[in-house]
Design a protein around this ligand. Structure first.
Ligand SMILES: Nc1nc2c(ncn2[C@@H]2O[C@H](COP(=O)(O)OP(=O)(O)OP(=O)(O)O)[C@@H](O)[C@H]2O)c(=O)[nH]1
Length: 564
């Protein structure tokens, strides 16, 4: 397949149109992706902060509850082995547990007797259940007991997050738990015991995160970065199973938050273990303003990157339509442009092809004011010049052709042309059984005219003789000059010898009239000889010989009679 200039130009223009449309679409998509990821980061960060704030509110709510319970007279009374007070306190413990399903245990633990549990309410399924008697245990060795006993009245202790291994009737065994505790102080300011609430961490977060969008993934880590909550439960509490599964190992960008160098960190993970399912996430360090062994919690929310970018899908389809539309427009414009450029070139090409042709030359775009217009004008000038030169050449060629077949002085056919016509006339006569006559005419005593009056006058005489011979014959006859003062006349289709003789007489009579040259009358005579086809010869040579002889006979007779 041959590609013309227009096709190639069209393809280049169309491809560049498509390329620029594609690049624009790609850039627009990248910019949109960045915008979406930034917006997702902002949303995730806000949600993480809201979540952290809710946790604080839950903790503050529970702290207030614990402080109220610690100040209640029943607490000190129960510590003094008042059974009625203990029962009343158990009833009070049950109230917040009924209100919040994440609270799975509230206890009053005495400072004496190795921290023996005095009042204990566990969650048993939905309902709070008082545990009493032998089921009560000594808890003095737990930090939440001895650390809390060291606090002043009104202060709240927050434990590290750990897996709950305390045996009891509550259903939170083996689940992540945290303890909040406050001391119960007597009138002298001596801590007599502690009130401890155990909170199911997952329960709290399940409640708090319930209204987050379904694709939000929750991450919680302790101050060292160990996962406490992770979308994959197998990765939580690694330290409890003798291995470290840490947030900064999964997301290197979070290291600064874990180290306390940054309060928050955004990440857009598309590398490492998230290469297949990249995430967009925001992490913050949430610090509790409490007496606690835990410096801060690392709280994070993440969304699959694919979900974030799903909002681009309609935009992508619009961009695809735009790219296709622009590409088609580009192809159309390219085709029109290519045609606009190549059409004048085709016109110029056709004009070149038509240069010497007789047909109508195509109109050149000379009126254009661009390079093509300049080229067309130059070409038109060139065409005119070459046309003129060609016409001149043609004129000269026809002149030369005429000269080659005619006598320069008289304008009559020369011998070559006469021979051709003779051959044609003879062929026609032979075919039609026709007749023709050949007449030789020779000027008498021409040499003396030349000698006496000069060659110029001699030439005028020869011109005059030729003109008069021509006036005496038909258009179908041919008169030719075949020698200095020798003429020959071909009379094809002559009806009879008498007709031919009449033509000869007519010529003689015409030449016998004096020639007036430069005011002088000059008498000229001619000698003539006739030959007839087929009687006197059947070919040109025989006929010429016959006519020549007849002419010499006539000349001899003429001289004998004193003619000329
Ligand atoms: N002016 C002129 N003279 C020519 C031309 N061609 C031939 N002649 C002359 O014509 C003359 C012909 O002479 P001849 O053949 O002897 O003819 P003539 O003198 O008529 O003699 P006869 O035919 O015997 O009467 C010569 O002197 C040539 O030089 C020509 O073109 N112009």
């Amino acid at each position: 397949m041959r590609f013309g200039l227009a096709s190639r130009l069209g393809i280049v223009l169309a491809l560049s149109g498509m390329l620029s449309a594609g690049i624009t679409a790609l850039q627009a998509q990248r910019a949109s992706e960045t915008l979406l990821v930034d917006s997702a980061h902002a949303e995730l960060l806000t949600s993480t902060r809201v979540l952290a704030r809710r946790i604080t509110l839950v903790r503050e709510d529970l702290s207030r509850t614990l402080l109220a319970l610690a100040r209640h007279p029943a607490a000190l009374a129960a510590l003094a082995d008042d059974a009625q007070a203990a029962t009343q306190l158990a009833t009070l413990f049950a109230l917040p547990m009924e209100a919040n399903r994440a609270y799975f245990q509230i206890r009053l633990i005495g400072a004496a007797d190795n921290g023996l549990e005095l009042v204990r309410v566990d969650r048993d399924g939905d309902a709070p259940l008082r545990v009493d008697g032998d089921a009560l245990q000594e808890k003095g060795h737990y930090p939440y007991v001895f650390d809390t006993l060291a606090l002043a009245a009104g202060e709240v202790y927050l434990s590290r997050v750990g897996i709950n291994r305390e045996r009891g009737s509550h259903s939170a065994l083996g689940r992540p738990a945290v303890q909040l505790a406050t001391p119960v102080v007597d009138a002298a300011g001596t801590p007599r015991g502690v009130i401890v609430a155990s909170v199911d961490l997952n329960g709290v977060f399940t409640l708090l995160a319930a209204d987050l969008p379904a694709d939000f993934q929750l991450y919680l880590a302790n101050s060292a970065g160990d996962y406490l909550i992770h979308p994959d439960p197998a990765r939580t509490f690694g330290f409890d199973k003798g291995r470290r599964v840490r947030v900064q190992d999964e997301f290197a960008a979070i290291q600064a938050v874990v180290d306390g160098r940054a309060g928050e960190s955004m990440l857009d993970s598309a590398i490492g273990e998230h290469a297949r399912a990249p995430l967009v996430a925001a992490f913050i360090a949430a610090r509790a303003q409490l007496r606690t062994d835990e410096g801060a919690f690392i709280l994070g929310l993440a969304r699959p990157r694919a979900n974030v970018l799903a909002e681009l899908d309609p935009l992508r389809s619009i961009m695809l339509q735009i790219v296709i539309g622009m590409s088609l427009t580009g192809i159309l414009i390219a085709a029109i442009l290519a045609r606009a450029i190549t059409h004048p070139i085709e016109v110029l090409g056709a004009a070149v092809q038509n240069f010497s042709g007789k047909g109508e030359a195509p109109a050149l775009p000379v009126e254009r004011q661009d390079e093509i217009g300049a080229l067309a004008r130059r070409f038109a000038e060139l065409r005119t010049q070459i046309g003129q030169q060609l016409a001149e050449l043609e004129h000269r060629r026809s002149e030369l052709e005429h000269l080659a077949r005619h006598d320069a002085l008289t304008g009559l056919p020369n011998r070559a042309l006469f021979d051709d016509r003779m051959a044609v006339a003879l062929a026609a006569a032979r075919r039609d059984d026709g007749r023709l006559a050949l007449l030789f005419v020779d000027v008498d005593h021409f040499k003396p005219i030349n000698d006496r009056l000069g060659h110029v006058v001699g030439d005028r005489v020869l011109e005059g003789v030729a003109a008069r011979i021509r006036q005496c014959i038909r258009e179908s006859d041919t008169a030719a000059r075949v020698g200095g003062d020798e003429f020959v006349v071909l009379l094809p289709g002559v009806a009879s010898a008498a007709d031919a003789a009449r033509v000869a007489d007519k010529i003689r009579a015409a030449i016998d009239r004096p020639f007036v040259i430069d005011g002088h009358a000059l008498a000229v005579s001619v000698s003539m000889g006739l030959a007839h086809y087929p009687q006197d010869g059947t070919d040109a040579t025989a006929l010429a010989r016959h006519a020549d002889r007849a002419m010499y006979r006539d000349k001899a007779e003429g001289k004998a009679q004193g003619r000329g």
